[in-house]
Design a protein around this ligand. Structure first.
Ligand SMILES: [Cu+2]
Length: 166
């Protein structure tokens, strides 16, 4: 019965049905935009962190990322070498943990605000790294001293440049 009425409306009032098609089109566009936004925010929040099961400073860094609003999934690895090789983190750039987020690699005790900046800016790089384990970097607090350190951008070709200094 309702089908019959709709069919009749389509025949008798073409302007109204055109408006309806426009409304459906706009709804589809809005739904699509919301869908894209949902995907983007998921990418921004979902970080996988590879670490040794006994690494305490890795856990402290994970807490730092969580405090900054990131959703973190830790994955323990007995041997970190394969994942670092797979993700293209060269020996001189290596630290304890290796993370992935939004298609980027994040090596070591990188401050959360710089991870956020990278995700916002979407640079054409492999990722960012804090080589070694500088005292005073996120997850490395509470030591007898703090040190300044470089945050390095790893290019898609493996070349590095300074991303920021802390
Ligand atoms: Cu560490």
């Amino acid at each position: 019965m309702s089908r019959k009425r709709k069919a009749g409306a389509r025949v008798n009032r073409p302007k109204q049905s055109l408006r309806m098609i426009q409304a459906i089109g706009i709804t589809a566009i809005v739904a699509g935009a919301l869908g894209i936004m949902a995907i983007k925010s998921t990418q921004a929040a979902d970080m996988v962190v590879y670490k040794s099961p006994t690494c305490g400073c890795c856990d402290d860094w994970i807490d730092h990322m969580k405090d900054a609003g990131f959703k973190v999934e830790p994955r323990n690895r007995q041997n970190m070498s394969p994942i670092k090789a797979e993700l293209g983190v060269a020996g001189n750039l290596q630290s304890c943990h290796t993370a992935t987020i939004g298609g980027y690699v994040v090596e070591g005790h990188v401050p959360a605000d710089l991870v956020r900046r990278m995700l916002d800016e979407q640079p054409d790089i492999r990722g960012i790294a804090v080589p070694g384990m500088p005292m005073g970097s996120p997850g490395m607090e509470g030591g007898p001293y703090t040190e300044r350190y470089d945050v390095v951008a790893i290019g898609t070709d493996g070349r590095t440049r300074i991303y920021d200094r802390r």
